[in-house]
Ligand binder design. Structure first.
Ligand code: UFG
Length: 324
């Protein structure tokens, strides 16, 4: 079995490749615009190129006998998507249509798609299920929901079976500390706090203290990147074994932590104190996003293995090693 991992050099893609290669052969397709050095081994080969380039996909589908595609390659910054919507519709929607077109042409019929909690917008419930209404409030979330709709339509008429995974807040690093979370620019809370605690940033800003949450700061559901990686493999095997097809699943820990709580756990794990600036709200941040992942637990037996302290501990070990 050979799996094409689009965006396999990026944060979640590279962690999934690491888990996948214990069992499967992998071809990584990445243009390395946001990906960073990743680990190749004798079960992973690399193709540099753009997902939206049909010639690149022709080359890959002719050269390798691909059984399934995992699709991580996307731009994923909410703020940037508001400023530059065409970038998101081009890279996240148009390029994915090219990929699906080529999958249909070459008869590759299994697809695992990385979607997001941003598809829910500002939900009217504290525990989000897959039945919660989708109402994205930014081009990033809309671009992911568009592909979800396209997948549904395509699978009605073509031999394509898919699983959509809506991630909540991915965080943490592989237990080996060989790979971890790194974006440029970094906008995510946990890496920013850890970089600050390592002396790489002067202070951290807490965006908003007047939300309707227990301590006034935003509440999110943080999930270890290895738990996400494992969910992809279960989803793929679920497709192969005909346990699931054309389904959407949430992926979160089911527990919400505020920005203040995250900073406290980072301080505890690192043994250092943070310098905090309390700032205005960041545009587009919902107060609370917490997932019910009951559906994937019931249908695929997935359960998160890592709690918040383990997530932050793994991220700390990787960041500490990187700054040595
Ligand atoms: N935050 C701060 N200070 C910072 C950075 C973040 O207070 O320096 C706050 C944010 O305002 C937010 C929380 O920390 O309340 C988490 O922010 P992140 O940027 O780490 O994550 P988001 O919840 O904004 O984004 C994540 C994914 C997106 C996805 C979104 C769904 O990274 O891809 O969830 O809402 F779209």
């Amino acid at each position: 079995m050979t799996i094409l991992v689009c965006g396999g050099a990026g944060y979640i893609g590279s962690h999934t490749v690491k888990v996948l290669t214990s069992e499967y052969d992998v071809v990584i397709l990445d243009n390395l615009t946001t990906g960073y050095p990743f680990l190749l081994n004798d079960k992973a080969s690399f193709e540099k190129g753009d997902l939206g380039d049909p010639a690149v996909l022709d080359r890959i589908f002719k050269k390798h006998n691909i059984d399934a595609v995992f699709h991580f390659a996307a731009n994923s910054l909410v703020g940037e998507s508001v400023q530059n919507p065409l970038k998101y519709y081009k890279n996240n929607v148009s390029a994915t249509i090219t990929l699906l077109d080529k999958m249909v042409e070459y008869g590759v019929n299994k697809f695992i798609f990385s979607s997001t909690a941003a598809t829910y917008g500002i939900p009217d419930t504290d525990l989000i299920t897959e039945d919660t209404a989708t109402n994205p409030i930014n081009p990033y979330g809309k671009s992911k929901l568009m592909i979800e709709d396209i997948l549904s339509d395509v699978s009605d008429v073509h031999n394509l079976e898919y699983v959509v995974l809506r991630y909540f807040n991915a965080a943490g690093a592989h237990e080996s500390a060989e790979i971890g979370e790194s974006h440029d620019p970094e906008t995510h809370l946990i890496p920013i706090v850890l970089q600050h605690l390592l002396g790489e940033r002067k202070q951290i800003s807490v965006f908003g203290t007047d939300y309707d949450t227990p301590d006034g700061t935003c509440v999110r559901d943080y999930i270890h990147v290895t738990d996400l990686a494992n969910a992809h493999i279960l989803a793929y095997e679920g497709l192969v074994n005909k346990e699931v097809a054309n389904e959407v699943f949430n992926l979160g820990n089911g527990a919400g932590y505020s920005v203040k709580e995250i900073i406290e756990v980072c301080e505890k794990v690192s043994g250092k104190s943070a310098v905090i600036e309390y700032a205005d709200r960041r545009t587009g941040d919902p107060a609370t996003l917490v997932a019910s992942s009951k559906k994937i637990e019931e249908k695929l037996g997935w359960k998160p293995q890592f709690d918040l302290e383990e997530i932050i501990g793994s991220a700390w070990r990787w960041h500490s090693k990187e700054t040595k």
